[in-house]
Design a protein around this ligand. Structure first.
Ligand code: M6R
Length: 602
């Protein structure tokens, strides 16, 4: 889960590399580095264990005027966070520089073999076997592209790799189960892990398929695409629809603040895409998937919570049985025939999800990807794709993509249930009308959160841990609130169905332990709240009028909640709470420690 970039331009490469790396930092921020090809045919390698901003400072004095270079931002797996372990890595000659995203699973065996043949390693990272394998293949007479292909054929795991040859400035890239795109412009070619990194510099791009090797020659002629040494057609070119404005945080202090605030507009956009066709069974019909008897949602983290929320909608509306599969545990899941597998992933690159999909898919159990990245590996491997239209999300903590996933999945549920005759048309139409309230419901919740949450959060900074409770449809939202708080505040935060409290977690409650309760309409919650109060816990209710955070719709609040959907609007104060506490503790809310946005390792 690193970010890689390469540029072969007519002008200076360093600014494009640094800009791209800054945009890729969400993929990992343990270290950053670039290799630039100097005019004299050498390499200038600059690496730092600080952030990309420091790399930019180190490159300010760059007088190489290099037009070709590669760059990397790292999320450490093999080997600690040191400059030595930062990419790019080189072969023994020092002339080949390589950046890699992914995991080389057989790195230890390859390294032992290469060391035995006299290769000298300078770092502890798995990726370093790659330049040495390429070096050997070239010693056997292969050209750079074929040598990269030969080296890749020795690897096990997942990789996106870019290689720069200092001698002639040739750049070669290859990928296997790891994202990499090639964009072209009149100024030259750019490669990146994510189109956002080069948006604004290219108008269209091609996504590398597994096994593709693409070579950019220094003279700027058409890139040469091969697989297994044989020429193949280039992948389809797609327009780059990401704008610089979407990637900038504007006047917001951080991306997370912007992304929380965008949720009403995202909801509006998602619903504008979906609602007009739902009565006719769209988008379900256009996916051309077979009918199903059950659904299974498969995902990780926040996307799993969105999936569970949707599974529950299918159940509440039409009694469809469902299974929620934690993607990393899919091996122990057995699905019945005619199960529709719905894979939720913001990035579409989560390794656990990709592996789970491989394991769960059968001819009778097709996979539908619900993702914010319609060109991702997940989208390409699934039987059908439904995009989420959240726009780029930069903060590592998922916010607006959760809301977009829930609404996209809900639109799909209504369309599918209507089209397969499980919901009468009038009920579908009434549900569509309900959904029209959601953008304003979220906006209302946002106004309340902005007004009430900062004061409450300020009083919670000394708490070692937090409990989140709810009942029924609120349980999965409480789980999402707890995940967000853990991720950003680095404090423990556990969520439970409120009825479970007395079966164990109540022991955690002591004087002033914060207990966040999503207070829906269930009368039994009052008893659970009293149990906490009696032990000195500090109860914070997110509910309707009169609650500590009156963010849930419903009379007498102006906008009524959508009961069958569940308390989607509760996610807003939960996100704001996590962010406020993290800021109060002095944490970087966009880049929480130890995490990365796109988790491409299992
Ligand atoms: O890209 P994905 O949606 O597949 O990512 C899944 C999780 O890694 C992700 O939701 C993670 O839990 C978030 N950082 C939570 O905010």
């Amino acid at each position: 889960m690193c970010g890689i970039i390469a540029a072969r331009l007519s002008g200076a490469a360093a600014p494009a590399l640094v800009e791209g790396l800054a945009r890729l930092e969400y993929r990992g921020y343990d270290s950053a580095g670039v290799a630039l090809r100097t005019g004299a045919g050498g390499l200038r390698v600059v690496r730092t264990i600080e952030r990309v901003a420091q790399l930019e400072r180190l490159l300010r004095d760059d007088d190489t005027l290099a037009t070709t270079g590669i760059g990397h931002t790292r999320w450490a797996t093999h080997g600690g966070v040191t400059e030595r372990n930062a990419h790019p890595h080189r072969d023994c000659s020092g002339e080949l520089a390589v950046v890699h995203n992914g995991i080389v699973e057989n790195a230890a065996a390859l390294r032992a073999e290469l060391e035995e043949r006299g290769h000298r390693f300078a770092s502890e990272v798995d990726s370093e076997v790659i330049p040495h394998l390429i070096e050997e293949a070239r010693q056997h007479g292969l050209g750079l592209a074929d040598a990269v292909g030969a080296a890749a054929s020795r690897l096990e795991g997942a990789w996106a790799v870019v290689v720069l040859d200092a001698e002639d400035g040739r750049v070669v890239a290859t990928a296997h189960r790891s994202p990499l795109v090639l964009g072209r412009s009149i100024d030259g070619d750019l490669l990146a892990s994510d189109i956002g990194a080069i948006a604004g510099r290219v108008e269209s791009f091609r996504a590398l398929r597994s096994g593709d090797v693409v070579e950019l020659d220094p003279l700027g002629s058409e890139p040469r695409w091969t697989q297994g040494g044989r020429a193949v057609a280039a992948p389809l070119a797609m327009p780059c629809t990401v704008s610089n404005e979407q990637l900038d945080r504007g006047d917001y202090p951080d991306h997370m603040a912007k992304e929380i605030d965008e949720q009403p507009a995202v909801a509006e956009r998602v619903l504008a895409e979906l609602l007009p066709g739902i009565a006719q069974g769209e988008p379900w019909r256009s996916l051309a998937l077979p009918d199903f008897r059950r659904i299974a949602v498969v995902a990780c983290g926040t996307s799993l919570h969105a999936g569970i929320a949707i599974a529950e909608v299918f159940g509440r509306l039409a009694g469809i049985p469902s299974t929620a599969v934690v993607a990393s545990e899919a091996a122990s899941t057995y699905l019945e025939e005619q199960t529709l597998v719905m894979a939720f992933s913001q990035s579409g690159e989560t390794a656990d999800v990709l592996r789970a999909v491989e394991m769960l898919r059968t001819p009778g159990n097709p996979v539908l990807a619900i993702t914010n990245a319609p060109h991702s590996t997940l989208a390409r491997t699934a039987d059908a794709v439904l995009p989420c239209h959240a726009g780029p999300e930069i903060g590592v903590a998922a916010t607006k993509t959760f809301t977009a996933q829930v609404l996209t999945g809900t639109g799909l549920a209504l369309a599918a249930l209507g089209a397969t005759g499980r919901m009468p048309r009038e009920r579908v139409l009434a549900a569509v009308e309900d959904l029209r309230r959601v953008p304003e419901l979220l906006a209302q919740s946002l106004r309340v959160a902005d007004r009430f949450v900062p004061g409450i959060a300020g009083g919670l900074l000394d708490a070692h841990g937090f409990l989140f409770l709810a009942r029924g449809a609120g349980v999965v939202y409480a789980a999402e609130g707890a995940l967000k708080l853990k991720e950003l505040s680095y404090r423990w935060a556990e969520s439970y169905p409120a009825g479970e409290l007395k079966h164990g977690p109540l022991a955690l409650v002591e004087a002033q332990t914060p207990v966040i309760v999503l207070d829906g309409a269930d009368a039994r919650l009052a008893g659970n709240i009293a149990e906490v109060g009696a032990r000195g816990g500090r109860v914070i209710r997110i509910g309707g009028l009169g609650a500590d955070i009156p963010a849930l719709g419903g009379s007498p609040a102006p906008i009524d909640a959508v009961d069958w959907l569940g308390p989607l609007e509760s996610v807003v104060p939960l996100q704001v709470l996590a962010r406020e506490i993290a800021l109060g503790l002095g944490h970087d809310v966009d880049k929480p420690r130890n995490l990365a946005k796109s988790v491409t390792v299992e």
